[in-house]
Design a binder for this molecule. Structure first.
Ligand SMILES: C[S@@+](CC[C@H](N)C(=O)[O-])C[C@H]1O[C@@H](n2cnc3c(N)ncnc32)[C@H](O)[C@@H]1O
Length: 271
């Protein structure tokens, strides 16, 4: 098992996917010494004219400077799983965190909604990727479905299709009448996830590493630090989403309040 794990780790951390050969994988000695940087876009690829694997840098490098390639637009979690490292905090624009969303068991239309989701290959709980720059339209469509009242049952199918990205238009759907509830629903999930991350990060300070040798201790400390780095970066994305959602909800609610005040003012005039 130990040998299998080692071979698996070596293979997955060193294999190269060659886009011009349909993503074929290859082991490329020497080229596999290049480290990843989230700031570069260039990658290794097969070049049919020279019949070899080539790499063109995207900028000039000074002698002695380390040359980087891109291992692909991957989240910190993917980089940790495939390559065993986590980029420095805030340096990976492709970083994302999976946000779990679920239908509520107490929902009056639970069965109908689940049926609509099942038709599109979804189940009662789904995860959607949150990025520092925002969230996908599919996540919003799922949130609409989760909060929509029985009077909107005619739209469940459309919402489920949009959540699974199987609509023909690929454009986002909008239901202004339930937008506030949908945003609040996403915010609640976001805050539940933040609480889980905070619990882990707090506990990590006093985690019992249960080791018998200094070598084992160093290894466990290293792995713990990787877990802490990953959780910190994922929690950062959740905090950003929480900030955006709170602001949007506050603006919507203050807009509604203003409209209500104007209505009250008009009411007073007419009375
Ligand atoms: C294809 S090898 C790159 C060469 C490797 N540094 C070596 O010495 O052989 C991939 C491994 O390099 C390391 N690596 C690559 N980019 C890194 C980065 N930005 N930060 C930390 N480690 C990195 C990881 O251990 C990864 O599994």
């Amino acid at each position: 098992m130990e040998t299998f794990r080692w071979s698996f780790g070596i293979l997955f951390s060193r294999l190269v996917r060659l886009p011009s050969m349909g993503g074929k994988v290859a082991l490329v000695p020497w080229a596999d010494m290049l480290n990843h940087s989230c700031e570069v876009e260039t990658f290794l690829d097969y070049d049919s004219s020279s019949k070899g694997v080539v790499f063109l840098t995207d900028r000039a490098y000074q002698p002695g400077e380390q040359v980087f390639i891109s291992y692909g637009k991957k989240s910190n979690g993917e980089l940790l799983l495939s390559y065993g490292f986590v980029p420095n905090e805030g340096t990976n624009p492709s970083d994302s965190v999976e946000l779990p969303l679920s239908l509520k068991k107490t929902d009056k239309c639970y069965k109908e909604k689940l049926e609509a989701l099942s038709k599109h290959g979804f189940s009662v709980s789904e995860c959607f990727p949150l990025q520092i720059t925002g969230w996908p339209l599919e996540l919003m469509a799922y949130a609409y479905l989760a909060v929509s009242p029985p009077s909107m049952s005619g739209q469940f199918e459309q919402m489920a299709a949009a959540a699974s990205n199987k609509t023909s238009t690929k454009k986002g759907i909008r239901y202004p009448e339930i937008e506030e509830r949908a945003l609040q629903f996403i915010l609640d999930s976001c805050e539940a996830s933040i609480a889980k991350y905070s619990k882990f990060l707090q506990a990590s300070g006093s985690m019992d590493l249960d080791v018998t040798s200094p070598k084992q201790l160093n290894r466990r400390l290293f792995l713990k630090q990787l877990a802490v780095d990953l959780c910190t970066s994922e929690q950062r994305i959740l905090f950003r989403a929480q900030y955006i959602l709170r602001r949007r909800l506050r603006d919507m609610r203050s807009g509604e309040l203003r409209a209500l005040r104007i209505f009250d003012g008009l009411w007073d005039i007419f009375n």
